[in-house]
Design a protein around this ligand. Structure first.
Ligand code: SF4
Ligand code: FES
Length: 282
């Protein structure tokens, strides 16, 4: 099959970009979006021309590094699939395929199809740390996690940080990403101690860099990890609680997590066994 590619070329963030048209012949159905770019680059290098810059790493849907707009859709024509696992089989001989970088104000173009996604890292960094036991591994039953919560946490942790949700959103919002990160830790005992400080801080960073969610839900089919809108409800719920807690100057009580009192009160979770837990030393 012969495909005609309209590819965004841009030397750096300060330079203006433009589409350039190329033809790639001999493309078979099982070729992925990234392999299509490999074929194009081999051709450009052989002709002594500058290859197209694009991000990639694992090429098996794990790392979240790949990402480009294919005919205006994040990652490509198939839902819930990263660019590295998308095949060209939905195209026909002679089709024109448009390849662009993520289009979002928070993701400036670095070069060609590569964008700077460090705004997502800044949301994560503003979430800070979790308090957890150090030294020897604690006995497993000290901190039981029920099956439903464990599975929900794993589902939310599946987010690979690719940024497709932001690119898909007409508002350029990062609620799906932030919701997945917040909900992941909020399901687990280890996430409880800083739970409300964390959500306040992450939402503040998110809102300073990204647009606001108005429930278009375009992010859901674009997400290769199949993160659902429920994480945005979770994010909003925790943020509302955090704001109320801050206004009242309270520490929230969670009656559904009986181990939380033990976590707060017991000396077992502190890293220093001589620390009495009240600022003094035994
Ligand atoms: S929520 Fe989905 S689309 Fe958004 S960064 Fe995570 S994996 Fe990518
Ligand atoms: S290259 Fe790692 S998810 Fe696509």
């Amino acid at each position: 099959m012969r495909l005609i590619l309209e590819v965004w070329r841009q030397a750096d963030a300060a330079s203006p970009g433009r589409f350039e048209r190329y033809e790639v012949d001999g493309v078979t159905d099982e070729v992925s979006m990234l392999e299509l770019l490999d074929m194009l680059n081999a051709q450009l290098v052989a002709e002594g021309r500058e290859p197209v810059a694009f991000d990639h790493d694992c090429r098996e849907g794990i790392c979240g590094t790949c990402g480009l707009m294919v005919n205006g859709r994040p990652h490509g024509p198939e839902d819930f699939t990263p660019a590295c696992l998308q095949r060209v089989r939905t195209f026909s001989d002679g089709d024109v395929v448009t390849l662009e970088p993520w289009r979002a104000g928070a993701f400036p173009v670095v070069r060609d199809l590569v964008v700077d996604r460090s705004a997502l890292d800044r949301i994560i960094a503003s979430g800070g740390y979790i308090s957890t036991a150090t030294n020897a591994a604690p006995e497993a039953l000290t901190m039981p996690v029920n099956k439903h919560q464990a599975e929900a946490a794993m589902d939310h942790a599946a987010c690979i940080g690719c940024g497709a949700c932001v690119a898909a959103c007409p508002n350029g919002a990062a609620q799906l990403f932030t919701g997945a990160k917040v909900a992941h830790l909020a399901e687990l005992p280890q996430g409880q101690v800083e739970r409300y400080e964390r959500v306040r801080s992450m939402v503040a960073t998110m809102e300073s860099e990204f647009g606001s969610c108005t429930n278009y839900a375009e992010c859901v089919p674009a997400c290769p990890a199949a993160i659902g809108l429920d994480v945005i409800a979770h994010l909003n719920r925790d943020f509302r609680t955090a704001v109320v807690v801050q206004r009242r100057g309270e520490v929230p009580e969670r009656t559904d997590v009986p181990w939380l009192a033990r976590l707060r009160g017991g000396p077992w979770w502190q890293s220093d066994p001589d620390d009495a837990g009240d600022g003094t030393t035994r």
